[in-house]
Design a protein around this ligand. Structure first.
Ligand code: AOF
Ligand code: ZN
Length: 390
């Protein structure tokens, strides 16, 4: 493990901060930030990846430093007359520079062209097209490459992207809002707004960070929700304009018994919806949605197949807002990676509805174990984030 200095840590922390600016827009790509510093410690350029198909973080930072990469003959002329402004500089990048030609040319080549002297990388790219190849290309060109500075932070930031790359499955987060006695709604179905306005604004950020929002027919029938990101609400808390993102998260609805029809709100707002069922639903003829038929497993559409389909659509992070049956089935089938609980300080009593129906547990040893990651106070509510232990 290389020894990193305090100034290395300072620059990488800046690169991580920059990377996070892309959190609502990079999907299906990872978040990446990059900072370029001269040999005598002056900041030359910085950049981050904003959107798939647009410049990668390194290219944006090089341009900010006054060097335009990937210009072929023009670029050689630029380099032969005088050294590039990035000659001998150190590059701090949160993800291994790419080695492949995807939507854009390889960043490793851009850094070689720019004659940088040293590249410090936080985490290695889990994309099999890149993994360790970016490092090898840079080293072959004589550039000093050091890896692992703030690796955990950088890896966690892209946990959903990494999971899809490694397991060919999306990273599934289940959200629940409940009372102190673990209830979501009264027996008569009244559940709107048991949590504070702060929690509801926080949900907007979570939705905006997701590639897809998953729900079931039960929830659509009970609440007729829109399950979208409301730009004004997001802006209120993050000061980030959501419209910079190409599109809203894909709404994904499980309707195993074809109970939905085209009159529900989410089929009429012009944004994308994908419905998974087991037989084509003619009642959705007028709805703005795509239907995919899958096999049945128990009472449900086969949820593993749902996830396989979503991974094939390059969905990294799924935010689930669903009722107790779908949430329970996801847990029972081992498809949940993360759990976010908003808990409001009230008691709703025994007749109120529960949160997660899990039928299969009889022994304590079989309990689903969660690791607590974070506790935040939002108004009067507590938000808790857990990771499911694998
Ligand atoms: C980098 N810097 O800023 C990003 C990287 O299709 P493309 O060209 O956008 O490439 C996407 C892949 O490139 C993505 O899956 C990941 O492996 C890497 N992302 N790499 O050097 C960046 N966003
Ligand atoms: Zn790249």
């Amino acid at each position: 493990m290389p020894q990193f200095s305090a100034s290395d840590a300072k620059w990488m922390a800046l690169a991580i901060q920059l990377a996070r600016k892309g959190r609502f827009s990079t999907t299906p790509n990872p978040m990446v930030g990059c900072v370029i510093v001269s040999a005598d410690g002056v900041l030359l350029g910085k950049g981050y990846h904003q959107k798939a198909g647009q410049g990668h973080a390194e290219v944006n930072a090089l341009i900010d430093a006054g060097f335009t990469p990937h210009r072929g003959a023009a670029s050689s002329a630029q380099q032969s007359s005088e050294p590039p402004p990035t000659d001998g500089s150190t590059v701090y990048v949160t993800l291994e520079p790419c080695s492949h030609t995807g939507r854009t040319p390889p960043c490793a080549n851009a850094l070689i062209e720019a004659k940088v002297g040293r590249v410090v990388i936080a985490s290695i790219d889990t994309n099999p097209l890149v993994k360790n190849r970016g490092v090898a290309m840079l080293r072959e060109a004589g550039i000093i490459v050091e890896t692992g500075l703030m690796d955990t932070l950088a890896t966690d930031m892209n946990v959903a992207f990494n999971y899809r790359m490694q397991h060919h499955l999306p990273w599934v987060c289940v959200k629940l809002a409940c009372s102190l006695d673990g209830r979501t709604a009264l027996e008569n179905g009244k559940s709107k707004w048991i949590t504070s306005s702060e929690s509801r604004l926080d949900v907007q950020q979570e939705r905006a960070s997701a590639c897809a929002i998953l729900s079931g027919a039960d929830t659509i029938i009970a609440d007729d929700p829109q399950l979208n990101v409301r730009e004004a609400e997001l802006q209120e808390t993050t000061k980030t304009r959501f419209s910079k993102r190409q599109k809203q998260p894909l709404r994904v609805i499980i309707d195993g018994k074809n109970r939905l029809n085209s009159r529900y709100n989410l089929f009429n707002d012009g944004q994308e919806v994908l419905v998974f069922n087991t037989e084509h639903n003619p009642q959705l003829k007028e709805a703005n949605c795509q239907q995919i038929q899958l096999n049945k497993k128990g009472d449900f559409v086969d949820l593993k197949e749902v996830m396989n389909n979503l991974a094939a659509l390059q969905i990294n992070r799924i935010w689930t807002e669903a009722g107790p049956s779908l949430c329970g089935a996801l847990f029972e089938q081992g498809l949940v990676n993360e759990f976010v609980l908003y808990q409001a300080p009230m008691l709703l009593g025994n007749k109120a509805k529960g949160t997660i129906n899990i039928h299969s547990l009889t022994e304590l040893d079989d309990a689903i174990a969660l690791e607590s990651l974070e506790i935040t106070q939002l108004g009067n509510d507590l938000k808790r984030r857990f990771r499911v232990k694998s």
